[in-house]
Design a protein around this ligand. Structure first.
Ligand SMILES: [Zn+2]
Length: 505
């Protein structure tokens, strides 16, 4: 009896969530600084890691496959991927793939919301080139982030796809293991995957894509039920990434069955209907900044926390958005506090000196997305190095940066009754020591603006008299109608109907 040959499997990945409205491009250097490995270094570095490709590698090793690393690169969400970056990484991945031929299977980890300067659909282009190298008979199994904007072309370009089921994404590794298990059955000829793809006319703001919350919680409850059907191989629910402007931006459902196309189509349609029925739950209730400030003024005691989630520093924004400041200035607020990252304004305050009166513009300097620079006249109340030690030790900020934080040279400028803390380094509002370190007592404020979506809560909720979510300008706005879409056709509850140029089937 002859032993079956050991399957030869290639593994790789390329992940980026592209904010096409962001003005700073994502370069090859950014990928290289964060994660970019090739060849044997792919399994060596990523095997055992909690990533999707880590699950793929461990699943392949457990089966004793001959594993061939291609390229694995990932970068934090940001602006368009440069042409040079896309070409260099894709060419490297494909060269390693070609060198590994002949292959019996391919495992890839992709995001699904990548956009490059020279390609609106770079992941599809990559899959086509992978197919042209490995040929029609070699199965390609792909794991996607559930924030992927999935087109019918993408579905057709792979034999089987699996998305994360959770947001926050804590099942990427498990889904990678699942990809390896499905590839094993595919290579053995035990299954004949057929996929149905339905794209409901709905885009979700990122704030509405948590899987523990509606609308997605309701869809996943049904998925768990449907996946018990013996012919169902995988069900993927894509929330999409609304800030990547493409014709296929938005939610989608992909159901994969073992050779039962009608079942796949029926289940995908039912899940899409379920998602649409919950669309109102995806609405993010926010007030315009001036209305929010007026409401805060009605609150007899403070501090009222004004949430400026459109300028969510943790989401990659500059932290210099001025909408909330302008609203506080217009309302002549006393005991209002805001932190702006603005190195040039810090330098102006340093030149003027402690106690001096200075007229200058603050904020709105990095791009045109975060409100106009504000001309103010105020008194410099504090100048310092911006260092502080977190009061709280149990939160993400401390685990990420350590307990000692530096905002860089920092100034406190007092403009009538409003405290503007100007920092050199943008710093998320995760600890009250940030304000105390410059001399501001947070508990004595009537209102405090926080540039954060969720991360402010641990520090600020314990002292908050009220919390008001604002609809301000910024690249992380939940109000999708603020973005000048050119390609996306499906708008959600926070979008505007006029942008729906054609319903997606
Ligand atoms: Zn994601």
């Amino acid at each position: 009896m002859t032993r079956a040959p050991v399957p030869r499997v290639a593994v790789g990945g390329w992940l980026h969530e592209t904010h096409t409205f962001a003005t700073v491009p994502t370069t090859l250097a950014l990928f290289q600084a964060q994660c970019c490995v090739a060849g044997d270094a792919v399994p060596a570095h990523l095997g055992g890691s909690a990533t999707g490709i880590g699950g793929m590698i461990d699943g392949a090793r457990a089966r004793g496959w001959s594993l061939h690393g291609t390229l694995y690169a990932a970068a934090m969400p940001g602006g368009m991927i440069t042409t040079d970056a896309r070409r260099t990484m894709h060419d490297a991945l494909l060269a390693h793939l070609a060198a590994a031929m002949p292959l019996d299977g391919v495992l890839l980890a992709l995001h699904g919301a990548a956009v490059a300067e020279d390609s609106q659909h770079p992941e599809y282009d990559l899959l086509l080139r992978v197919r042209s190298i490995v040929g029609a008979g070699v199965p390609i199994v792909v794991e996607f982030d559930m924030h992927g904007n999935i087109s019918p072309d993408i579905v057709a370009a792979c034999d089987l796809l699996v998305a994360y089921d959770t947001n926050p994404h804590d099942d990427a590794y498990d889904r990678g293991l699942e990809c390896a298990a499905l590839l094993e059955r595919l290579m053995a000829g035990q299954i004949r995957p057929t996929m149905a793809h339905v794209a409901p006319p709905l885009m979700l703001a990122p704030q509405a894509t948590g899987t523990a919350d509606l609308p997605l919680r309701a869809v996943h409850a049904a998925v768990a039920d449907f996946e018990r059907h013996p012919a169902v191989l995988a069900i993927s629910v894509f929330a999409g990434f609304a800030y990547a402007d493409t014709p296929w931006t938005g939610t989608s459902i992909v159901v994969c069955t073992d050779d039962q196309p009608e079942l796949a189509q029926r289940l995908a349609s039912r899940l899409a209907t379920l998602l649409l029925a919950q669309r109102d739950a995806a609405h993010i209730a926010q007030l315009p900044a001036d209305v929010a400030v007026r409401q805060a003024l009605l609150q007899p005691t403070g501090p009222v926390i004004l949430v400026d989630s459109a300028d969510n520093i943790g989401g990659g924004t500059p932290g210099d958005g001025t909408d909330a400041l302008r609203a506080m200035l217009d309302a002549d607020v006393t005991r209002g506090t805001i932190v702006l990252a603005d190195p040039a304004a810090v330098a102006r305050c340093q030149q003027a000196g402690l106690g001096a009166s200075v007229t200058l513009t603050v904020g709105g300097a990095v791009d045109r997305w975060h409100g106009a620079p504000q001309l103010v006249t105020g008194v410099v109340c504090h100048l310092g190095d911006g260092r502080f030690t977190c009061e709280r030790r149990d939160h993400h900020f401390a685990s990420l940066y350590g307990a000692d934080v530096s905002m860089g040279p920092t100034a406190w400028l007092r403009v009538r009754g409003i405290n503007i803390v100007l920092t050199t380094v943008k710093t998320p509002p995760m600890d009250l020591a940030q304000l105390r370190s410059v001399g501001i007592v947070p508990e004595e404020q009537h209102m405090i603006v926080v540039k954060s979506a969720v991360a402010y809560r641990a520090a600020y909720l314990p002292i908050a008299a009220a919390v008001i979510e604002m609809d301000t300008a910024g690249l992380c706005s939940a109000n999708l109608a603020r973005f000048p879409y050119r390609y996306a056709r499906r708008m959600g509850p926070s979008g505007q109907d006029s942008l729906v140029s054609a319903p997606t089937p």
